[in-house]
Design a protein around this ligand. Structure first.
Ligand code: FES
Length: 150
């Protein structure tokens, strides 16, 4: 049995091999991934929540995890990254920061609005009547200036 465990982090799509029994937080930090951990991994802040998918049974939640996670959340695979130590391969999802999510959604809405405005402008331009004063090419290829002669 290998002493290393492969952890796939989402949404970064990073796969990091760590020593069996190493915490998920240590694994993320060794891979230079951003994972909130205000208390430095002491299990007191609850900011390092992650969601784990693993075919290997996870260790029982620690008392510190039980303070920060409801039974429902634990059943959904949520754990504290600083407290949970994996014994088998797993996929770990780091939830998006709520403020970052709001900013991302606002920017996406803004981009969508701009693309709709551009589409409307293109459509209006395409449907606009040809201005009578705009020189038109005649059959000979020269601009017909509407009757101005020398
Ligand atoms: S880093 Fe604070 S609870 Fe895990």
């Amino acid at each position: 049995m290998s002493d290393k465990v492969a952890i796939r982090f989402q949404p970064q799509r990073a796969e990091i091999a760590v020593e069996r029994g190493q915490s998920i937080l240590d694994a993320a930090l060794s891979g230079k991934l951003s994972l909130p951990h205000k208390c430095g991994g002491h299990g007191t802040c609850g900011t390092c929540k992650v969601q784990i998918e693993s075919k290997t049974e996870l260790p029982c939640p620690t008392k510190l995890e039980l303070r920060h996670l409801t039974e429902t959340r634990i059943e959904s695979g949520y754990r504290l990254a600083c407290q949970c130590k994996l014994t088998g391969p797993a996929t770990v999802t780091i939830p998006e920061d709520p403020l970052r999510r709001v900013v991302r959604e606002l920017l996406a809405a803004q981009r969508l609005e701009k693309s709709h405005e551009s589409a409307v402008n293109v459509q209006e331009t395409a449907e606009a009547p040809i201005d009578a004063a705009t020189p038109q090419l005649s059959a000979g290829g020269l601009a017909d200036t509407g009757g101005v002669r020398r």
